[in-house]
Design a protein around this ligand. Structure first.
Ligand code: SF4
Length: 439
């Protein structure tokens, strides 16, 4: 633990250490966290609403940081692929940026006629104190279009706080549509249709006779979100970003929820069974059993063929949420690999406990890691592959470690049985690339 900052020591543990890991706290100053800011957390949740305009009230850097941030696909509108910014400069910081924001909203309404607008207040707006809520209220009255403020200065908490703010914004939008008649159907929460993964899940649920009302927010639109309160069940895919929304929808709209993960054979199968049971349909359960059996029969030959190339190798994981990390540990286990290092940006205590129970005693758990810690433990644990996102990729390559992209920018589906094929093939290509022999 000698290379770990004193204030970070409680967030770095061996799996076998009894006292548990400290998590869900703000990043330590100067630790150069891999975690994204509050505003980024809010933006990644709301961005996939395909017909919404997103105005970033702040310097241009905040907008460019999150522009087209996800590989979220749309079956219709492409409005969300653009990013709009008030481009605040020194003069605006001194004299205030509210008038600039008013003008930006007016211009956007005239040019694009959006059905829904989100306005994000970034760090500097939190400092100068522009009344973003008042500007949004006024614009909403003037244009008759929902203009929802998301007060998310990057410094005001953790990325999890950004998720909560986004969930509050969604509740703000859908609450007026609550109270109608329920329909036999589910919402999928916390899936962002990366590389079309929501479409894969929708197809699976269609196979077992369970219709999807809307994705929140993958491939959703202002209109599809209005249907959400009618669902009888919420299926939560990314618990880190959407569990809070599911809890609010349960309390305020009476919609129960189940957690689901579609990464790996075991979790995909268990999730389909869980959904079928939760909608209380024996027919859906029977169809799920038949469907999963057939899909497993298709995918297992590839898994078995590649398994000898993976067996005994060591994996390291650093991803956003704990629920995904748990699925990945199980998925590596299915391939005969051991996870020696597991970290997350926003994992929760109960999730770290599950991870601990699945890992060997000397595996390292890292909450809210920084590059120095990741590098140190990748070397110490002799990892053969790192699974992470865009910020972790160069770290792995510099150390000569194979890398696998499991982040929101990726262009290939990793969910469902299709995703297992992509996962196995990418892992094989990366780990067994001839390039590693030349280092
Ligand atoms: S909101 Fe703050 S921390 Fe986030 S990108 Fe903008 S300046 Fe950086």
């Amino acid at each position: 633990m000698d290379a770990i900052l004193e204030d970070r020591k409680s967030q770095v543990k061996r799996s076998g250490e009894g006292s548990g890991i400290c998590c869900e706290r703000e990043s330590v100053s100067g630790a150069v966290s891999q975690r994204a800011c509050v505003y980024c957390g809010a933006r990644v949740v709301l961005n996939p609403i395909t017909d919404a305009c997103h105005i970033v009230h702040g310097p241009i850097g905040c907008a460019s940081y999150t522009w087209d941030i996800r590989g979220s696909l749309s079956s219709g509108d492409e409005t969300y692929r653009n990013s709009y910014s008030t481009d605040l400069r020194e003069k605006d910081i001194v004299f205030g940026g509210a008038i600039k924001l008013e003008k930006a909203i007016d211009e956007l309404m005239e040019l694009k006629s959006p059905r829904l607008v989100f306005v994000y207040a970034t760090c500097i707006v939190g400092v100068i104190g522009d009344d973003v809520e008042a500007v949004c209220r006024q614009a909403q009255r003037k244009w008759g279009v929902r203009v929802i403020p998301v007060k998310a200065p990057g410094f005001s908490g953790t990325k999890t706080q950004g998720y909560k703010l986004a969930c509050d914004a969604i509740m703000d939008y859908i609450t007026p549509f609550a109270g109608g008649k329920k329909e036999f159907g589910v919402n999928i929460l916390g899936d962002y249709n990366l590389a079309g993964e929501l479409w894969i899940m929708k197809e699976y649920l269609k196979e077992i006779g369970v219709p999807v009302m809307t994705g929140i927010t993958g491939d959703s639109s202002s209109q599809s979100l209005e249907l959400a309160p009618r669902a009888i069940l919420n299926v939560v895919q990314c618990a880190g970003s959407a569990a809070y929304l599911a809890e609010r929808m349960e309390q305020e709209m009476g919609i129960p929820y189940v957690k689901a993960s579609f990464f790996g054979i075991a979790d995909t199968t268990a999730s389909l069974y869980r959904i079928a049971d939760a909608v209380k349909s024996s027919q859906a359960r029977a169809k799920a059993e038949v469907f999963c059996k057939a899909q497993k029969a298709k995918v297992l030959p590839l898994v078995e063929k590649r398994k000898p190339r993976f067996e005994g190798k060591r994996a390291a994981i650093f991803v956003g949420g704990g629920f995904k990390a748990i699925s990945l540990i199980r998925q590596f286990d299915e391939l005969g690999m051991k996870c020696v290092l597991v970290g997350t940006q926003t994992g929760k205590k109960d999730e770290y406990e599950i991870m601990s129970s699945l890992l060997d005693e000397d595996a390292v758990l890292l909450d809210d890691a920084n590059p120095a810690e990741l590098e140190r433990f990748l070397v110490e644990k002799g990892a053969d592959v790192l699974v992470g996102g865009v910020k972790e990729r160069p770290l792995a390559y510099k150390l000569g470690v194979a890398f696998m992209d499991h982040n929101h920018e990726r262009k290939h589906a990793l969910a469902g049985f299709e995703g297992i094929r992509n996962f196995v093939e990418e892992l094989n290509l990366s780990m067994n690339s001839p390039v590693w022999k030349h280092l």
